[in-house]
Design a protein around this ligand. Sequence first.
Ligand SMILES: CC(C)(COP(=O)(O)OP(=O)(O)OC[C@H]1O[C@@H](n2cnc3c(N)ncnc32)[C@H](O)[C@@H]1OP(=O)(O)O)[C@@H](O)C(=O)NCCC(=O)NCCS
Length: 170
Amino acid sequence: MDVTVRPATMEDLPSITEIHNHYVIHTPVTFDVQPYRPGQRVSWFHEHSDGRRYRLLVACDSESGVLGYTCTGRFRSKAAYETTVETSVACRPDRIGQGLGTLLYRALFDAIADQDIHRIVAGIAQPNAASNALHERFGFMSIGLFTEVGRKFDRYWDVMWMERPLVRAV
Ligand SMILES: CC(C)(COP(=O)(O)OP(=O)(O)OC[C@H]1O[C@@H](n2cnc3c(N)ncnc32)[C@H](O)[C@@H]1OP(=O)(O)O)[C@@H](O)C(=O)NCCC(=O)NCCS
């Protein structure tokens, strides 16, 4: 089955939310602790879909629908941070380790390549070998580990922050 990557539409929001909720409920990879209803994610959808710096893409096939998503969003709200974006990526739990994360990130970075972005950053709750490997593959460098900044499932979790320039050095 051919997988295509395209900009997300509002019709994709239930599937995107379902994927996110799986990781909210079962894992520490997101520090959200309560699952969302799709209607609660409408603002989030718009914040990640301005068609310029902020993009939300989905990977789909015609049989199974949305298999994963990735996005860029604002890193921090103060004005001088506007040329920095933060990425997120997640695949359906039954479709991890099949190249979808790579497909999504390739499309995301192609989509924002001509935007006024200087730094791309990602915070990865540890341990997460797949996410670490994906980000390293796309040229992210670790810039440090915040220790025990998240508490979920009655324990504290570290977050590794990674960054790369918009255009990866080759
Ligand atoms: C993280 C995630 C998006 C990566 O996408 P993926 O489709 O599973 O990854 P890919 O198959 O494209 O592989 C990307 C790289 O990770 C490596 N990798 C994949 N799974 C791995 C694992 N379990 N352990 C170690 N490396 C792994 C691959 O070998 C590949 O490395 P390479 O390019 O050097 O060969 C996906 O695993 C996922 O959705 N995980 C759950 C949600 C999550 O953790 N999101 C990120 C939060 S920061």
